[in-house]
Design a protein around this ligand. Structure first.
Ligand code: AHR
Length: 505
């Protein structure tokens, strides 16, 4: 297929908030224990953190990391995770039918964040708990006043506040699976009360209210409207969560996932702005897309894959350890393109999750850590997408999706910073390679000079189901793309089912 596109640096979406390259660490399965924290591992430091994992997380390039859940947070007592480790209680975690040892809590997690160089984004429990406990945690974490909580924080080794900026008001409270699940009205009220009180304690916090756990939720839309009617004045963000998977062996349908994500974002923006209009307000609620990924959550019958009650209450069981193949990584790259295309309203996002649990990084206890296929589009996009996001209209034809109608075969976005321009592009077709020609003349005239390809990456495998595994950890990677500039035209060859990143300088 011949594909044409135009890169005009003035066709701007907005500047990019680095927080869209965030991650998510939940107390779930082997994420913390045997993932980031494994005291007996040969690479573990004095605190028990695996250095090989720290190195990979740094290379991945994650900005803000959401913690400690997820569904886990809705039954979590944060106080269980502070003080001498030997005194900490063991608790049942109802969300994942596991036992939580509390060896890692707020202090240890912050220590790990200091090593990887990421910022903490904290979630409070609005499932089994209320405003009072959220305030206790905020005072413990952020206050510099002389109080019993802050004295305890100092006694636990942290005289200075953690100064956590972003706070999630619970997690997926629209989901019937959530401990303490509520209807939109009840959640809206507790979120509003909690947000107001948190801001009285620390006016500098940025607050995220729970949106829907997916666009397919029966309450989607009405949930956002009701919750924002209660909380509009008191929050900065509303969350979106979305997971995608191939169903019934239909790779072409799966490759349309980016369009679903775009519709989700645009719908939530429309609802948030409707609430603003009814309030005659110029305030714009931003989106925190704080859970997104490919996740093989549903089996072919449409049920959930995980049957927790069959396994008792183990510590750090192997849960949600999805193995990602090349096709997953192409869809994943397209999801990142979609986030960038909406950079004006998506000001925060968290890849769910980071290590072992639906993760770009996998570990073996006592053994190696390796990169899944999804590692590559994330690390490359996070490193190369800086400055401003720019629309890149592409003309390459469409295919028909059962759920989403006509879907563009090729999708692209660019970013422009002081040193150069990055183009991110995906070929969603399962059958047609694309010869993409990008008209760079608006860019060349804006810069007043020609540009060349300084870096290029292609993610494509003839076997779209090829994956990296414990025994073959480097099977899938990226290679240089077939990309060159001639005058003011950039040519890129995109095989069917491929993702590419091109740096021009
Ligand atoms: O990321 C896994 C789970 O997905 C999270 O705990 C929950 O918030 C969502 O349903």
């Amino acid at each position: 297929t011949d594909a044409t596109a135009r890169l005009d640096p003035y066709n701007e979406v907005s500047d990019i908030d680095r927080r869209i390259f965030g991650g998510f660490v939940e107390h779930l399965g082997r994420h913390i224990y045997d993932g980031i924290f494994e005291p007996g591992h040969p690479s573990a430091d004095a605190a028990g953190f695996r250095q090989d994992v720290i190195d990979l997380v740094k290379e991945l390039g994650v900005s803000t990391i959401r913690y400690p859940g997820g569904n886990f947070v809705s039954g979590y007592k944060w106080e269980d995770g502070i003080g001498p480790v030997e005194d900490r209680p063991r608790r049942l975690d109802l969300a994942w039918h596991s036992t939580e040892t509390n060896e890692v809590g707020l202090h240890e997690f912050q220590e790990w964040l200091d090593r990887v160089g990421s910022d903490l984004m904290m979630a409070v429990n609005l499932g089994t708990r209320d405003t009072a406990e959220a305030l206790d945690l905020l005072e413990y974490a952020n206050s510099d006043a002389d109080t019993t909580w802050t004295a305890q924080r100092a006694a636990n080794g942290r005289p200075d506040p953690f100064a956590v900026k972003m706070w999630c008001l619970g997690n997926e409270m629209d989901g019937p699976w959530q401990v303490g699940h509520r209807n939109a009205d009840d959640y809206g009220k507790i979120a509003m009360r909690t947000a107001k009180a948190m801001r009285m304690l620390d006016p500098s916090v940025e607050l995220v209210v729970c949106g829907s756990s997916g666009r397919g939720m029966p309450t989607f839309g009405s949930w956002e409207r009701t919750v924002l009617e209660h909380t509009f004045d008191d929050v900065d963000f509303i969350s979106c969560h979305s997971y995608y998977q191939e169903m019934g062996g239909n790779a072409q349908e799966f490759l349309a996932s980016g369009v679903d994500m775009a519709k989700f974002i645009e719908s939530v923006v429309a609802i948030a702005d409707t609430v603003a209009a009814t309030k005659k307000s110029d305030k714009r609620i931003m989106i925190s897309f704080d859970e997104w990924n490919v996740w093989y959550l549903h089996n072919e019958e449409g049920g959930q894959n995980d049957k927790p009650e069959e396994r008792g209450w183990p510590v750090a069981p192997r849960l949600l350890e999805d193995q990602y193949h090349a096709l997953d990584a192409v869809v994943f790259g397209d999801l990142m393109i979609t986030l960038l295309q909406h950079a004006d309203r998506v000001r925060s996002a968290s890849l769910a999750q980071l290590v072992n649990v639906i993760a770009p990084i996998m570990t073996e206890p006592g053994g190696i850590a390796w990169k899944q296929t999804t590692f590559f589009p994330f690390s490359i996009t996070s490193r190369l997408a800086n400055g401003r996001a720019v629309r890149v209209p592409v003309d390459a034809g469409t295919f028909t999706s059962e759920k989403l109608g006509e879907v563009a075969k090729v999708n692209a976005v660019a970013t422009v910073d002081d040193e150069g321009v990055s183009l991110f592009v995906v070929n969603r077709s399962t059958t047609d390679a694309a010869d993409l020609k990008v008209d760079l003349s608006p860019l060349v005239s804006a810069l007043g000079r020609s540009v060349t390809v300084s870096e290029s990456h292609l993610l494509h495998e003839d076997d779209i189901y090829a994956a990296n595994t414990l025994t073959d950890p480097e099977r899938v990677g990226v290679r240089a793309a077939d990309a060159s500039v001639d005058g003011s035209t950039l040519s890129v060859s995109l095989p069917a089912v491929s993702w590419a990143a091109i740096r021009l300088s």
